[in-house]
Design a protein around this ligand. Structure first.
Ligand code: BGC
Length: 750
């Protein structure tokens, strides 16, 4: 009440102050104020004007040097080889871009923030780790994606940043890609919708939003030299479509171009992807920044549509100025680049709402991370209802392997979020962290499970001695093996097998106790040679700061799992479009994963042919008649659902059907709609065209109606260089996963 009473006084005081200022300002014409308090000599500060207009107004006041300052970075903190005079002023993040102080344009402070804000350890700060992006994609939940982005946006700002480098949305063409966990799976509609919602809500916190790595940067092996060979149609219908949907929904101010080449040209000097598609076809008005060290030229990159070099000024600093002065780069190009950066700053609100450091809401973050992880855990197998654990009947539980007594693993590279208190499994004698250390969060599944099951005896065996682990399993009612797979930027996995002989450990434990459950902490799919021998499998991904609590809630049934895979789990690498990732030649080695601009770099012949074309993920398995281990869209629940009564309306392009909860527990079913397009397209396999999360009480039935966006039914015609919606019959299918679609019907398109 007291506070409530005081508020008007404060407002009054501010009002009097503003009024007095108004009088003063009116007396001096140079300082006159507009209605929202901006100075009249700075009309671009009028927040009621559209960002385009504001950018144009301020651009007119800028010198060439000021414009060029917006077009490059100033080094990278904590990176020895990337230091520049102003690097120490970059707030400890990935980069900093000068503003124009005299005109009120702030600096940009950039940080990586894939599943949380990076480098908090090095900077003495705290960040929440959310579940990995791939994990969170398994929620198929735009609302969770929004909460995810909003949390990161708040924590960025609290730490003094006003630009994110998150928003990874490369499609899972290559599941061994070490960055798969940073992306949102294999389907363009799902991935694009989720990244769009994530970025919309992140940018709404007044940070410059970004989506990356544009484009077709789908493997890490040789990422700086690889030439990705892929048809325009395949690109447009898959990888580029994910970006397009994300950009339409999220309207991010920035797009990061990737390291690789696309059909010959580096992605950061590729006029097809940057100008023809992104800026012209999609009318993207924001700016393109290069991945770190991914700029390779001045004139070519500038003409192709790169707007900002990061993190240095090797090509877009003095060399760009020289090129302008020599008439090699037209001033109009510089204006376009600068205008785009300015537009992004106005659009995202970083000009009107300058960043102010604060204290991260750690408690709030932990609750959100837990809630999202509860929606991200995929129940892959549950024979004879081994889960949820029945507290009344289970008296002893063996927890085996995966350091489940102390923590859970996380994903590495520039996505890494630092755990509070440091690495829970710090190898002896190890000091500072390296970007490819295996980092374990201090999230103990043992403690979380014991707290939920106080009357059960929960014992741990680290799994090093398989016989001892099996003996403990044998003497327990249930055994839970924690299996992990660490992945990171800068590497691809040699295979999808669990590392460190964990398959053998699982086999031995399962042989000792058929009531064995495997918990997977993985960054991508894994093969499961032991699948038939275990009772349950739970995929928790990289589970984030509250992963242990979310897991305990799912294992004990307090939470009914709802998540479904955003990527296919293959039976074996032999079923992938490329059973083996081609390795680099001796000459190319060392140029593969760092960002360097050496000679080998430009002369390398290393290439990857994406001959599978549009058949990415589940489309490949269907077209090639290969049975996956677990299909895209698959996930079990503690209840069951039945689908019935599919109807379509061709004029409205709607598909509707009923989903009933046929079990005894409340649950949320992710009902999926797929379609095949007319034969003339030559794509005889299903594509996801929509989905809905349906919350159902036991026995309850609801009608799901989804309107299918014509874009998602269209094909890209290379001859016409455009999209077309072919006339004809579109078969539609509905069901619980890509390989189980009990309902079908059709839409007729004229
Ligand atoms: C990564 C980017 C990251 C950048 C800055 C690069 O190595 O590919 O995703 O944003 O570094 O840390």
């Amino acid at each position: 009440m007291l506070i409530g009473k005081r508020k008007p006084c404060r407002r009054l005081a501010a009002g009097i102050f503003a009024g007095a200022m108004g009088l003063l300002i009116a007396a001096s014409p140079a300082m006159a104020q507009g209605t929202d308090g901006h100075r009249m000599d700075r009309p671009w500060m009028d927040s009621s004007l559209p960002p385009e207009q504001r950018a144009e107004l301020v651009l007119k006041q800028m010198t060439l040097d000021e414009k060029i300052a917006l077009l490059h970075g100033n080094g990278m903190a904590h990176a020895g080889n990337w230091q520049m005079p102003l690097t120490s002023q970059s707030n400890g993040g990935a980069g900093m871009v000068q503003g124009v102080e005299r005109l009120g344009i702030p600096r940009l402070y950039l940080s990586d923030a894939a599943y949380g804000v990076r480098s908090s350890g090095e900077n003495g700060r705290y960040s929440t780790a959310l579940p990995s992006n791939l994990g969170a994609a398994s929620s198929w939940d735009p609302q969770s994606a929004c909460e995810y982005g909003a949390l990161i946006g708040r924590e960025l700002r609290a730490q003094g940043y006003n630009m994110t480098l998150g928003g990874g949305v490369n499609l899972t063409r290559e599941p061994r890609n070490g960055r798969t966990f940073e992306y949102l799976g294999e389907d363009p509609l799902l991935a694009g919708t989720l990244v769009g919602n994530l970025m919309k809500c992140e940018q709404a916190q007044h940070v410059v939003g970004d989506i990356k790595h544009y484009a077709v940067n789908d493997q890490e092996t040789g990422r700086n030299i690889v030439n990705v060979v892929v048809s325009k149609r395949a690109m447009q219908e898959t990888d580029l479509l994910a970006f397009h949907i994300g950009i339409e929904i999220g309207n991010p101010a920035a797009v990061m171009c990737s390291y690789n080449r696309v059909n010959g040209d580096y992605a950061c000097e590729n006029s097809y992807t940057l100008t023809d598609v992104l800026k012209k076809e999609w009318s993207f008005k924001g700016f393109v920044l290069s991945d770190w060290g991914g700029t390779h030229s001045t004139e070519k990159a500038s003409a192709a549509g790169l707007d900002q070099e990061q993190p240095m000024a090797d090509y877009f600093g003095p060399k760009l100025k020289e090129a302008v002065e020599a008439g090699k780069v037209p001033m109009s190009e510089i204006d376009d680049h600068a205008r785009r950066v300015l537009y992004g700053e106005f659009l995202s609100g970083v000009v009107d709402d300058p960043v102010q450091k604060g204290v991260v809401d750690a408690e709030g973050g932990l609750a959100i991370a837990q809630h999202i992880e509860e929606k991200s855990i995929v129940l892959l197998k549950n024979d004879e209802a081994i889960l949820p654990l029945n507290a009344a009947r289970i008296h002893s539980i063996a927890l085996i392997g995966g350091h489940a007594d102390v923590g859970m693993i996380s994903g590495g590279g520039s996505a890494q979020v630092d755990p509070p208190g440091g690495n829970a499994i710090m190898p002896p004698g190890k000091g500072a962290t390296h970007w490819q250390d295996h980092i374990w969060f201090p999230t103990s599944p043992l403690k979380a499970l014991q707290a939920k099951l106080p009357n059960a005896k929960v014992e741990f065996n680290c799994g090093e001695d398989k016989a001892a682990a099996a003996a403990l399993a044998k003497n327990s009612d249930v055994a839970i093996v924690f299996a992990y797979q660490w992945t990171s930027e800068g590497m691809d996995l040699p295979s999808l097998s669990l590392p460190d002989n964990q398959d053998a450990l699982i086999e031995q434990v399962a042989a000792a106790n058929p009531h064995t459950i495997v918990v997977l902490e993985t960054g991508t799919a894994v093969t499961m040679p032991w699948l038939d021998k275990v009772g349950g499998v739970v995929e928790v991904w990289y589970a984030g700061s509250s992963g242990h609590k979310a897991l305990a809630n799912v294992l004990t049934g307090e939470v009914n799992p709802t998540a479904k895979l955003a990527m296919t789990f293959p039976r074996s690498e032999a079923d992938l479009p490329r059973p083996v990732i081609e390795q680099l030649s001796a000459e190319d080695k060392g140029q593969g994963s760092g960002a360097v601009n050496g000679r080998t770099h430009t002369e390398s012949k290393y290439a990857v042919q994406y001959d599978e074309g549009v058949k990415v993920g589940y489309k490949w398995y269907e077209a090639e008649h290969k049975q996956p281990l677990f299909p895209f869209g698959f996930g079990l629940s503690y209840t069951t659902y039945a689908y019935s009564g599919l109807k379509t309306d061709s004029a409205q392009k709607t598909v509707s059907f009923a989903v009933r909860n046929t079990g005894k527990r409340s649950g949320t079913e992710i009902a999926q709609i797929y379609a095949t397009i007319p034969d003339a397209a030559g794509e005889p396999f299903k594509r996801l065209v929509g989905w809905q999360r349906v919350e159902l009480a036991p026995g309850e039935s609801k009608t799901v109606t989804v309107t299918v966006d014509p874009q998602i039914l269209s094909v890209f015609n290379e001859q016409k260089n455009g999209w077309e919606l072919l006339p004809g019959t579109y078969k539609v299918f509905a069901g619980p996963s890509s390989s189980e679609t009990p309902l079908n019907g059709s839409l007729q398109i004229q």
